[in-house]
Design a protein around this ligand. Structure first.
Ligand SMILES: Cc1cc2c(cc1C)N(C[C@H](O)[C@H](O)[C@H](O)COP(=O)(O)O)c1[nH]c(=O)[nH]c(=O)c1N2
Length: 241
C-alpha cells in the first residue's frame, strides 16, 4: 500500500476544516429558546443557497422552499402537531410516557419562521438519471438539502428544529401542495439563546449516542473489521468528546 498522504493538495486550510467540523458537531435540533428577531433576507438567502447546492440524483433538484410566517397557517400546522403528538404519546406507558409528555418537540409558534422543504416527485420527468432502480432517491436528495441548510444555519448562529410529528396529508392540504409534491421537512428557524452541547433527547435521558466503534463492520453485516488503527483512532476521538 502507498504511504498515506500527509497534506492532500485539495484539503481546506486547517481553520476552515475546523469550521466545517464545528458546524457538524455543534449543530443541534432546536425546539425551544427561539428569539423573535427576524432572519435578515441576505442571511436567509445564504441558507437557501446552501440547501440548493446539495447533491441530487440525476441533478434533479426536486426541492422547493415554502416560507411560512403567517400566524394562521402556523396555527393550523400546530393543531396538526397537537393531534399527532397526543397519539404518539399513547405509544409510551409508565415512566417513559411521563418523560415523553415532558419533551418539547416543536417550536412552530415561537420561532420567527417556519420553512417547509418539499420534494416534487415528478420533477425531471419519468427517467431521472440514477433513479430508475430506487425511486426514493429524490427523497434522499431532498434530505441532503435539509442537512446543508441545517449546517449553514448553525454557522450563522440560527437554530433549526425538524418537526415530523405531523400528518403529511393534512400538512399538504394546509400548504396547498400539488399532488406530486411531498412535504418532506417542516422546519422551525430562528436565532436562539443557546445551542445545547448535547442532543436534547440525550440530556433528557430519552436516548444516548451509540458508541461509533460498535457500528463499524467488516466485509459483511456483523463481521469484525480488520482495522486496528481505525478503531484506535475512533476510541481516541470518542474519549475527547
Ligand atoms: C427526520 C427527522 C425528524 C425529526 C428529527 C430529526 C430528523 C433527522 N428531530 C430531531 C431529532 O430528535 C434530533 O436530531 C436528535 O435527537 C439528535 O439531536 P441533535 O439534532 O444532534 O440536536 C425531531 N425533533 C423533535 O423535537 N420533533 C420532531 O418531530 C423531530 N423529527
Amino acid at each position: 500500500m502507498a504511504d498515506p498522504i500527509e497534506r492532500p493538495d485539495h484539503a481546506f486550510p486547517e481553520a476552515q476544516r475546523e469550521g466545517l467540523y464545528r458546524a457538524i458537531f455543534e449543530r443541534r435540533d432546536v425546539r425551544a429558546q427561539f428569539r423573535s428577531d427576524p432572519i435578515p433576507p441576505e442571511v436567509l438567502a445564504r441558507l437557501l443557497e446552501a440547501a440548493h447546492h446539495a447533491p441530487s440524483v440525476g441533478f434533479m433538484q426536486p426541492w422547493d422552499f415554502l416560507l411560512i410566517d403567517d400566524r394562521a397557517v402556523r396555527s393550523r400546522v400546530h393543531a396538526i402537531f397537537e393531534r399527532e403528538n397526543a397519539k404518539a404519546a399513547e405509544a409510551h406507558s409508565g415512566e417513559r410516557g411521563v418523560l415523553y409528555r415532558r419533551l418539547k418537540l416543536e417550536g412552530i409558534l415561537e420561532s420567527p419562521l417556519n420553512l417547509c422543504i418539499t420534494c416534487d416527485r415528478s420533477r425531471g420527468g419519468e427517467h431521472v438519471l440514477g433513479r430508475q432502480s430506487i425511486v426514493e432517491m429524490d427523497l434522499f436528495s431532498t434530505c441532503l438539502a435539509v442537512q446543508n441548510l441545517w449546517l449553514a444555519a448553525r454557522a450563522e448562529g440560527i437554530g433549526v428544529g425538524w418537526v415530523s410529528i405531523l400528518d403529511q396529508d393534512e400538512l399538504a392540504e394546509v400548504l396547498g401542495l400539488p399532488e406530486s409534491v411531498y412535504p418532506l421537512a417542516y422546519l422551525c428557524l430562528g436565532y436562539v439563546d443557546e445551542f445545547l452541547d448535547r442532543p436534547e433527547l440525550a440530556r433528557a435521558g430519552w436516548r444516548q449516542r451509540l458508541p461509533l466503534a460498535e457500528r463499524v463492520h467488516g466485509n459483511g453485516w456483523g463481521q469484525a473489521a480488520d482495522a486496528p488503527a481505525l478503531f484506535e483512532a475512533l476510541s481516541a476521538r470518542e474519549s475527547e468528546r
